[in-house]
Every structure is written in C-alpha cells, then in structure tokens.
Ligand binder design. Structure first.
Ligand code: NCD
Length: 286
C-alpha cells in the first residue's frame, strides 16, 4: 500500500515512470473483465513497460483445447510476467505452478481476487483516513463473490468488525467464516441490510454472480435481494462509505452516485497505483 501511494504521487507529479522499461506483461483473460485487465495494462504502461493480451478466450488456442499449462509455458517464452483470470477455482495456482515467471491471480472463478482486495483496502485507507477499528458490511453474493473472499482475509488483520449481509443461500462459505473467527474477528451474519448500514463505516456491495448459478430461475429470484438507494444511504450511519468492485447491475441505484461517500469509481481508479505497485514489487523493480 505504501508503494502504491508513492507511485500515485509520482504519477501525479511526473506523468510516467520507467520502473518496468523493457519488460513485457501478458494479460490472459479467459473470463470477461473491464477494470482488472485495463487497470493492470494501464499500470504496466504507466511504468514504461509493454503489454500483450488475450482479452477474449475465443481468440486464443484455449478454444482449440490447449491445456492451461501448455498455454502458460508458451506465454512464458514471450513475457516477463503474467496476469491471469480464469473461470476455474484454483486455476491461477495451477498456472503459477507451470512456469518460473511471476503469475498474478486476476480472479479464479468463485475462488479469490487478491489484487482487488488490495485496492479495496487502499481505497478504505484513502476514504476513511484509517484502516483499523472500522465496522465493514459485506453485502450481496458472499457465496460466489471472489472479491469478498479475498477482502475478508485482509480486513481480518485490521481489527475490523465484519457484518455479512446476504440471503441465506448466498452466505459466505463456512470455511472462510470459521477461519476469520479463529483469527479473533467479530463476525455477524444477517439478512437485514438496513440494520447493518445503520452500524457500518463502510458498506461493500456486490453483484449477484449470475454466471455461477446452475439454475437461472434461482438467479432471477435472488437478483433483486438488495438494492441500495439514496434514501437508504440517508438513513445509514452518518458518513458511511459505499464501495462496490463493479460492475453493478442494479444493486446500487444511480441516485447514490452523487453522494459524497459513494467511492466506487474512485475505488476503480485506485486499481492503477495498486497494480503498479504489484507489478514492480513482484519484479523487484519498486
Ligand atoms: C469483480 C470480479 O470480476 O470478480 N469485478 C472486478 O474485478 N472489479 C466483481 C464482479 O464481477 O462482480
């Protein structure tokens, strides 16, 4: 986070840095992405590096049946580091095991999204001016949402009180909740969004992850479970910060966008300095 903060300031004063000059980043995205891929690529370009990409799996040899490991070994011959997003849980780990160069997980199915968690914590620090001792509500599809699976692991180290707000069928996986509790973190699970927002310093809203549902009818039933609008924000704890990893579908009404604590587009922008820091740090070029 401190490296990200330094890069953010240097970017403001100098425009472009050269830490990654002569290096090539490969971004391999086997699942849709706007923010993660583009902010990694922007980060690499702002550090003076270059980028090759697979933005659409239909255009790569994965579509011909190539194994992940063979694709990785091939790309290792072209690039100095890799960011991968893939629908399979555990795929980033498998990809990292196939090559010697750094591999960064840009989201592995319903598993983890660790770089998002770092930019989320960076955002909380910037928005609140502190990281420790906050009450944070995580709202929505906690079962399938990889951003919250990663975020709780960082929040658990920051003396945070956690409120998990979801429909019963979309609760945080029990092994994650148990692990967080073992770390001594206070966790409350509830369905009551209004009550949670009344106590929270930060509300982290997430999308119901339609692509992880086997039954489309079940998605239709749950998609409107929580919608935050301006009236609800007005009734929440004063000064509450509203975050969302984006994309939003309908979980946050656009009438919230003008609220000064609506941080989600600032949060997306924070992806650049945080990913600059990650790229430079894994390359020993910070
Ligand atoms: C998230 C993801 O891909 O997991 N998006 C992102 O990276 N900012 C959240 C989502 O898709 O709901």
């Amino acid at each position: 986070l401190s490296t990200a903060s330094r890069f953010e300031q240097e970017l403001e004063s100098r425009g472009r840095l050269d830490n990654m000059a002569g290096q090539v980043l490969a971004t391999l995205f086997f699942e849709p992405s706007t923010r993660t891929r583009l902010s990694f690529e922007t980060a690499m370009l702002r550090l003076g590096g270059q980028v090759v990409t697979v933005a659409d799996p239909k255009t790569s040899s994965a579509a011909k049946g190539e194994s992940l490991s063979d694709s990785m070994r091939t790309v290792e011959g072209y690039a100095d580091l890799i960011v991968i997003r893939h629908p399979q849980k555990g795929s980033a780990q498998e990809a990292a095991g196939a090559v010697e160069i750094p591999v960064i997980n840009g989201g592995d199915g319903a598993g983890q999204h660790p770089t998002q968690a770092l930019l989320d914590v960076y955002t909380i620090q910037k928005e609140k001016g502190q990281l420790e001792g906050l009450t944070v509500a995580l709202v929505g599809d906690l079962k399938n949402g990889r951003t919250v699976h990663s975020l709780v692991h960082l929040l658990a180290r920051l003396n945070t009180r956690l409120l998990f707000v979801s429909p019963p069928s979309l609760r945080m996986p029990e092994e994650i909740t148990a692990e967080i509790r073992r770390m001594g973190v206070a966790v409350d699970q509830t369905e009551d969004l209004e009550a949670a927002m009344g106590q929270s310093d930060v509300a982290y809203i997430t999308r119901i992850q339609r692509e992880r549902f086997e039954d489309p009818a079940e998605y239709e039933r749950l998609k409107g479970a929580y919608v935050v609008d301006r009236a609800m924000v007005n009734r929440a704890k004063a000064g509450i910060t509203i975050m969302h990893p984006l994309p939003r579908v309908n979980e946050i009404n656009t009438d919230v966008d003008g609220y000064e604590g609506a941080a989600y587009f600032r949060q997306a922008a924070n992806g650049v300095p945080v990913r600059m820091a990650l790229l430079a740090l894994v390359s020993g070029r910070e």
